[in-house]
Design a protein around this ligand. Structure first.
Ligand code: SAM
Ligand code: SF4
Length: 455
């Protein structure tokens, strides 16, 4: 799952600070949600926004416009954690000026020592664990928020207030893998799958409200269902979801190379609604590094897996994640990652410099011995290589027609994604929001495509 700190804000109405919008004789307090990190955080911010909407709040456009601020945080790398600390500092300044400002913090910054965090950040009103809304709801009750109890059961469908044609739906929380570098299992806890019927119900509700595409989320979607009665798996869930009327497309992320099975690959190959795109993080092209990372597969196994996927689904697009500068990574071991990228010809590579995370196995056992300059140089080399590969792959799409689900308009152009998850823009006077358009590809770059709509 790509966790490059992107910032997504849930916001709609601009109002001056502390002049609540008045509807009839009712004052409408405003919220602002600041989100960084992975898609799971984005999905959870959407749920929190829905919860606050239903409690009578309205969205603000900035911290300064808000009566209540939610920080949805990421600490997967030190750089993300630094952003969180910086934002907490900024909010302290705002709270010093306005003691009524309420500050809530969730996401992976919230560890199990909440009392200690509370002491460090006394200006924060509530810290709650990612994906766990019991404390938020209890806090809301104390504030006198009118709370619909069902919110905590099925948040995205009950509170969906501004339908977008694409929705993120969490299917499994937490992670049991403990890759040596990763902090996620410590912050998000053990795996817990949502019941299959609950997900199907939620997706059916979303589809009724205009959603055409869902992306199912989990740190390891291949673990889905192992903890549920009857042990349904992801392929079972997909075949149920494929029956939802009006839903055009289904995606999911992230898969784990040690767990992904043939049953899922066969489902992708045969079920029309499942898009031909896989996020399959390899992390390193070197077996010894993979072992120190505790990834549970070898480069040979990964290569075989990719061959199987490409044989069964020839048009599949593949994304991967790579960490450079893992402790002890030699120049040769880095070259192994570079050659794997060259050989695999991924559509997208998310590359990150290793960042030691306190409490993880790698932090305890290995020294962070690769200098920052070397990490940066390795990162740049992978990015340069991948830019050239993506440029070639995308240029082969020129002149071809492709199906696009139109998500919105930006700078006068419609934008959406192909089934293979490529971003594409086109200009047209019609209303294409939420429509499946057939787009002829005219121009390509490593990052996006441009075309015109065929009617
Ligand atoms: N569950 C997914 C998987 O198995 O790869 C990814 C989850 S992780 C939150 C997202 C990405 O962040 C990882 O794929 C990895 O490349 C990167 N990442 C995680 N911990 C990191 C660390 N300590 N330093 C650098 N990158 C890290
Ligand atoms: Fe982290 Fe590994 Fe779990 Fe992914 S599978 S969230 S990298 S521990």
């Amino acid at each position: 799952m790509n966790s490059s700190p992107l910032i997504a804000q849930e916001s709609k109405i601009k109002q001056p600070h502390n002049h609540h919008k008045v509807e009839g004789n009712r004052t409408m307090p405003r919220y602002f949600i600041w989100t960084i990190g992975c898609q799971m955080n984005r999905a959870e911010s959407r749920q929190i926004a829905g919860y606050l909407d239903s409690a009578g709040y309205r969205a603000a456009t900035s911290f300064a416009d808000a009566d209540l601020v939610v920080l949805n945080t990421c600490v997967v790398r030190q750089s993300a954690e630094n952003k969180v600390l910086g934002t907490l500092g900024l909010l302290k300044g705002l709270k010093d000026k306005d003691a009524n400002l309420q500050i809530l913090v969730t996401g992976c910054f919230v560890n199990s020592h909440t009392q200690e965090l509370q002491r460090r950040f006394p200006h924060v009103d509530l810290l709650f664990k990612p994906g766990d809304y019991t404390e938020l709801i209890a806090w809301g009750k104390k504030q006198g928020m009118p709370i619909n109890q069902r919110l905590s059961l099925c948040p995205a469908s009950d509170t969906w207030s501004a339908p977008s044609p694409c929705a993120l739906v969490s299917i499994i929380q937490g992670c049991d893998n403990f890759c040596s570098y990763c902090i996620v299992p410590y912050r998000r806890g053990r795996e817990a799958s949502r019941p299959l019927e609950e997900i199907v119900h939620e997706v059916a509700e979303l589809a009724k409200r205009g959603v055409r595409e869902v992306t199912l989320l989990g740190q390891n979607v291949d673990s889905y269902g192992h903890d549920l009665p009857g042990h349904p798996d992801l392929a079972d869930l997909l075949s149920e979801l494929a029956r939802v009327d009006d839903l055009a497309r289904i995606r999911f992320l992230t898969n784990h190379p040690k767990d992904i099975g043939l049953k899922l690959i066969d489902a992708m190959a045969s079920v029309e609604k499942i898009c031909e795109h896989l996020e399959l993080p390899v992390q390193s092209g070197d077996n010894n590094i993979l072992k120190s990372m505790r990834r549970g597969y070898t480069v040979e196994r990964y290569r075989e897996l990719v061959h199987t996927v490409r044989r069964k689904i020839p048009q599949v697009s593949l994304s991967t994640d790579i960490i450079v500068g893992f402790p002890g990574e030699t120049a040769d071991q880095f070259e192994n990652s570079l050659s794997l990228v060259r050989e695999m010809r991924f559509d997208v590579v998310h590359v990150a410099a290793y960042s030691p995370r306190p409490g993880t196995i790698a932090w305890r056992e290995y020294q962070d011995d690769i200098p920052a300059t070397v990490k940066k140089e390795r990162l740049n080399r992978i990015e340069e290589l991948q830019t050239a590969i993506a440029s070639e792959i995308n240029s082969q799409l020129r002149g071809k027609a492709t199906e696009v689900l139109v998500e919105g308009k930006k700078g006068g152009k419609w934008f959406g994604r192909t089934r293979s998850n490529k971003l594409i823009f086109f200009e047209d006077a019609g209303d294409w929001l939420g429509q499946l358009a057939r787009v002829q590809i005219e121009r390509t770059s490593p990052w996006s495509l441009v075309g015109w709509v065929k009617k």
